[in-house]
Design a protein around this ligand. Structure first.
Ligand code: NAD
Length: 456
């Protein structure tokens, strides 16, 4: 079916008001969960074929988040969609005032490839929970996962309500020619700009979940072993192909050697049960990205790792040392299993370097010193992050997830997601039994006096 026809169908379906019914929404969310559960085998197979992701990691980093989001929406949807009373004030006495959350209409969700299920389906689920219709365009790069999502969704839902349109630049460009009521995009900064421009033509509101270089501060008083353990897990999960992965580390010079040693030990520990890491470690998504990453491994700065195999698109967990902000690896988002470590002697200098660059999506701070933690939280602007941990803020759906500045516009997860896909209609509601005449002509000095007194 043509994109134009699907969209017309969705507009008609939305206008039928069926999606306004909360029971209908709950039924659909339960149906998504059932369809995903019934097809888990296919979901695991597809993602393994695309980039060698194991069942364990797929469940932990993708499916668990989907089920959590569905459960949270089902549990809270009545509360979130309720009218909210607000005070009215004397000016409008005897009226009442309230806010009605209402769905926006037809929405377009464009996904990125690195967590293909989560990044495509979490926003779709939230949009449906808020009462919208959805056209989902997953990333075409992991072709099997795109295919399996299209199959599961299109077999279980009518296209007038929820539909997957597969494709790359051509199909996305065509989708963007049409007017949606909301576009939710996850991906790179350059493509984010294309989406924003296309949306502007129709004045369509957008949420842009973009990327960037997320710094990780390691201060002198930290627990070095635990810090290394948490950073290694967060950085090398998904072979570093995580938008909020610690992109680089800024470590206090006084603990640099001990910290590097601890990172190395943790990587060894992490993979000690992996007989052949080359066979079992997650793949880089494609050869283009492999070549881009391979060029970033400067052998003169190599501290650990650096094993590569182009045919297998394999890069082992790699640490680079003696790095400065001028190095190639610090020019763009790494998005792979390479961790540059930069040392600093004055915290203020490190903060300055970070602040001179675009606002990051995430920032992580490892320290036991509350004063320094608060200083960093206060002085650096970033989307979200964690103190003495990395990545895990994403797993708490009470924390709105999104960027700031170049790392994105808007946020989602939990209630924030519901709000992102809603309009808040403000209503003043008045009875007929009385009408104070003060605003009406004829104007008089005593009326003006009263008005001035009311607004003094
Ligand atoms: P990408 O921008 O290349 O692609 C994202 C989507 O845009 C895909 O569906 C793709 O088909 C489409 N697209 C690509 N080029 C297009 C064009 N010229 N016109 C229209 N559509 C186009 O991003 P990616 O490679 O899939 O993902 C990696 C990037 O996404 C990284 O920068 C990463 O940090 C970021 N990311 C951000 C988040 C987040 O939640 N903030 C999550 C994951 C990834």
């Amino acid at each position: 079916m043509k994109i134009k026809d699907i969209l017309t169908q969705q507009q008609n379906f939305f206008n039928s008001n069926k999606t306004k019914n909360i029971n209908f929404r709950i039924e659909q969310l339960s149906k998504i969960k059932k369809a995903l559960k019934e097809n888990e085998g296919l979901l695991y197979k597809a993602i393994y074929e695309d980039f060698g992701k194991s069942e364990f990691e797929t469940y932990v980093t993708e499916l668990s988040l989907l089920y959590h989001e569905i459960n949270s929406c089902i549990k809270n949807i009545r509360k979130w969609s309720k009218r909210k009373k607000v005070s009215t004030g004397i000016i409008n006495f005897p009226a009442k005032s309230y806010i009605i959350p209402e769905p926006l209409g037809t929405t377009l969700v464009i996904g990125a490839w690195n967590y293909p299920y989560q990044l495509s389906l979490v926003p779709s689920i939230t949009s449906l929970a808020a009462g919208n219709t959805v056209i989902l365009k997953p990333s075409e790069l992991p072709s099997k996962t795109s295919e399996v999502m299209a199959k599961i969704i299109n077999d279980n839902f009518p296209s007038e309500y929820f539909c997957v349109v597969e494709g790359g630049i051509k199909e996305t460009t065509e989708l963007l020619e049409h007017r949606f009521d909301k576009i939710f995009f996850t991906g790179s900064i350059p493509v984010g700009k294309i989406i924003y421009q296309a949306a502007a033509k129709h004045l369509t509101p957008v949420t842009l979940e973009l990327g960037g270089k997320s710094p990780t501060f390691v201060l002198a008083d930290t627990d070095i072993k635990m810090t290394a353990k948490r950073i290694v897990w967060a950085k090398f999960l998904n072979a570093g192909q995580t938008c909020i992965a610690p992109d680089y580390v800024l470590v206090d010079k006084s603990i640099e050697e001990r910290f590097l040693e601890a990172l190395k030990n943790e990587i060894k520990e992490y993979h000690k049960n992996t007989e052949n890491i080359e066979e079992n470690y997650l793949r880089i998504i494609n050869v283009n990205n492999f070549d881009r990453l391979n060029k970033l491994i400067d052998n003169d700065r190599l501290y650990f790792g650096g094993k590569t195999n182009r045919n297998e698109r394999f890069i082992s967990p790699t640490i680079l040392q003696n790095i400065s902000f001028e190095d190639e690896v610090m020019k763009g988002e790494i998005f792979g299993p390479i961790l540059p470590v930069i040392s600093f002697t004055k915290l203020d200098d490190a903060i300055k370097m970070v602040k001179e660059r675009p606002k990051p999506l995430s920032c992580y701070i490892y320290s036991k010193n509350r004063k320094n933690i608060d200083k960093l939280l206060n002085e650096i602007s970033f989307g979200g992050g964690a103190v003495n941990d990395s990545l895990m803020h994403l797993s708490n759906s009470n924390l709105p997830f999104g960027g700031v500045g170049l790392s994105g516009i808007g946020s989602y997860h939990g209630k924030a997601g519901f709000d992102t896909f809603s309009h808040f209609k403000s209503i003043l509601d008045k009875p007929f039994w009385i009408e104070p005449n003060i605003k009406y002509a004829p104007y008089s000095t005593w009326k003006l006096k009263i008005i001035k007194w009311l607004f003094k």
